[in-house]
Design a protein around this ligand. Structure first.
Ligand code: C2E
Ligand code: CA
Ligand code: CA
Ligand code: CA
Length: 280
């Protein structure tokens, strides 16, 4: 029994070493991806529910990892956050999204007036150089600040409330808009949400999923939309997968929608076609 115990410990150690080594390899590969242009941004149109036309697009990062195919962000953003690589990755995303959106009036005229939404992690937001990075992304691209929206999650605000709040006010002072992402999945109190300088509230997909049509499964999303209305925030519903959900949300007074019922995230080069199809 003793020797078996010892074997088990050895096996356990090797497994641990293997995973630590794997992790190191993944981090080195991701660090390289940032400098070697293996990252790319896809854009998912956000639709004005009153007109049915695209009014914005969310930038979503993808990693073409050599030998592994295309990696979804859920597989590498958490690693980037843990390792600190999110600072460089996030800076690249912000610059690239501003460059892409600044060129829409020429290259994707259907998106000429559209805003671009960029996800910002907690660690990125509270980094001392964040505001300088934001200003240089705007200055280098020439994107008007009013066309940029930063999406932040409630967790970003809970981890460092004071520092984050100061940064958010400085972001607003630049003319950039703020959206509270994944609303309803975190723990922030209503009084806290009300104090945020954010003008947009993104209703998490988990609130949209139960909706099967007008009046059907709408109880929770209705509460969130009423809440947003009461504190003067515009609403964007995420993960809208059917026309019935879109109709139900519009009838509830939700302003915008995003989801597969309109478009999946597409490469920047395909955004014009996607937007034309939606506007048509
Ligand atoms: P998110 O910010 O909540 O982005 C929405 C996610 O929902 C995207 O997944 C999008 O492709 C997916 N989605 C959109 N419509 C539908 C739908 O109708 N049905 C379903 N089932 N899914 C839909 P994606 O692109 O895999 O991104 C996952 C998450 O990774 C994002 O969630 C965001 O938290 C994070 N992420 C993506 N890009 C970045 C980035 O540049 N920086 C940071 N910090 N995080 C990012
Ligand atoms: Ca988002
Ligand atoms: Ca979201
Ligand atoms: Ca979400």
């Amino acid at each position: 029994a003793k020797s078996r115990g010892k074997d088990q410990i050895v096996v356990f150690d090797e497994a641990m070493a293997g995973s630590a080594e794997q992790r190191m390899d993944d981090e080195i590969a991701l660090a390289r991806a940032i400098t070697e242009e293996q990252l790319t941004l896809h854009y998912q149109p956000i639709i004005g529910l009153d007109t049915g036309r695209p009014v914005s697009a969310e930038a979503l990062v993808r990693w073409h990892r050599p030998g592994h195919g295309m990696q979804a962000p859920d597989r590498f953003i958490p690693m980037a956050e843990d390792s600190g690589l999110i600072i460089d990755l996030g800076r690249w995303v912000l610059h690239q999204a501003c460059r892409d959106a600044a060129a829409w009036p020429d290259r994707a005229p259907a998106m000429a007036d559209a805003t671009v939404s960029v996800n910002v992690s907690a660690r990125q937001l509270t980094h001392p150089r964040f505001l300088a990075d934001l200003q240089s992304a705007l200055a280098e691209s020439g994107l008007p600040p009013e066309r940029l929206i930063l999406e932040i999650t409630e967790t970003a605000l809970i981890s460092a409330p004071e520092a984050a709040m100061e940064t958010l006010h400085a972001v607003r002072a630049c003319g950039v808009q703020l959206a509270l992402d994944d609303f309803g999945t975190g723990y922030s109190s209503l009084s806290y949400v009300q104090k945020l300088p954010a003008s947009i509230l993104k209703i998490d997909k988990s609130f949209v999923d139960p909706i099967s049509g007008p009046g059907a499964g709408t109880a929770l999303s209705e509460v969130v939309i009423k809440l947003a209305e009461a504190i003067g925030m515009r609403t964007v519903a995420e993960g809208v997968e059917s026309p019935e959900q879109a109709t139900a949300l519009r009838l509830l007074g939700c302003h915008r929608g995003q989801g597969y019922t309109w478009s999946r995230p597409v490469p920047n080069a395909e955004l014009q076609d996607a937007a034309m199809r939606l506007a048509g």
